[in-house]
Ligand binder design. Structure first.
Ligand SMILES: C=C(O[C@@H]1C=C(C(=O)O)C=C[C@H]1O)C(=O)O
Length: 291
């Protein structure tokens, strides 16, 4: 069945990030329990970014940078993000020399990310005054460091590489951003296309509620999510509990300030083609009903 048919049948096309960091938002979410038909594609962030921007998805978490590329066509679901107010633990630079030295050389960037690769460019060039050379690579640490001074990995690739760390210096990009700007950093946001939001506001409301509800239940007790992560990826239960408790899944004023600054720097460096104006979806139908 082609994309056109899916659209005509009223199916809502959802995305989901493949990495463990989004699990609290999905642990108690079931797309088949929604009152309307929906399909979910689970992919690496870079793939979801492309699918969303090409109009192949109606609602998806994506790299916040990808949202910044097209704020005119998309809205953010409220109170959802993958953020960190300091160390994130899974967005890591590996280097053989201290980061402040290595950052002036050659940087290997994972091809799975958009937010973090641009965050590293901002930090390297604005905070460290570096003019590095960048190469984009598959997320394989040993291969990356054969040809580069710094390797950036994100998500589960970063977590596994950190566990196997063979003595590399590890620099957490969330911590770098916080130390430099004093702000939190938002890596992923849940976006809905303005077209889909206009067509089906009730469905978007139901979806936003279901995701928020799953998140609330997961964060009230992260143990079940941490146990699932341990069963599927290994590691210690305490590691996963600490990992999920450290991440921020909200979209408060503080998060938006951090994201806004990131977009501003990205624009200044020519990484974003235009200014990014953040706009959050609100359920106008519900407000009208309640008035
Ligand atoms: C916290 C993380 O955030 C991820 C980072 C992304 C990016 O750099 O583009 C995209 C989605 C997020 O899930 C992580 O990967 O560890």
């Amino acid at each position: 069945m082609g994309g056109g048919n899916v659209k005509e049948s009223g199916m809502l096309r959802l995305g989901r990030i493949l990495y463990t960091n989004v699990w609290p938002v999905y642990h108690y979410f079931d797309d088949s329990a929604l009152s309307f038909p929906a399909t979910t594609r689970t992919e690496l962030p870079a793939v979801l970014n492309r699918l969303l921007l090409e109009g192949e998805l109606d609602m998806s978490p994506v790299s916040s940078f990808a949202y910044g590329m097209a704020t005119d066509r998309f809205l953010l679901l409220p109170d959802l993000s993958v953020s960190a107010d300091g160390p994130v633990r899974s967005i890591l630079c590996f280097s053989k020399k201290p980061f402040a030295e290595a950052v002036h050389g050659r940087i290997a960037l994972t091809n799975t990310s958009a937010t973090s690769v641009n965050l590293l460019k901002i930090v390297a060039e604005k905070a460290y005054g570096a003019k590095p050379e960048y190469v984009t690579c598959e997320p394989n640490l040993e291969e990356m460091l054969e040809h580069a001074d710094v390797a950036l990995l994100i998500g589960d690739h970063a977590i596994r590489a950190d566990w196997d760390n063979a003595g590399y210096t590890v620099t957490d990009l969330g911590a770098e951003w916080k130390n430099w700007t004093g702000k939190s950093m938002t890596f992923a946001v849940w976006t809905v296309s303005k077209a889909a939001a206009g067509r089906n506001p009730e469905r978007i409301g139901e979806l936003a509620d279901a995701l928020a509800d799953s998140k609330r239940r997961s964060l009230a007790d992260v143990r079940p999510v941490a146990e699932k992560a341990q069963a599927e990826l290994g590691g210690e239960l305490a590691y996963w509990q600490g990992y999920f408790e450290n991440l921020r899944y909200d979209l408060t004023r503080e998060r938006l300030e951090g994201l806004d600054l990131y977009f501003r720097y990205a624009r200044e460096m020519g990484l974003l083609p235009q200014e990014a104006h953040i706009e959050i979806w609100t359920d106008n139908t519900r407000i009208r009903v309640n008035e």
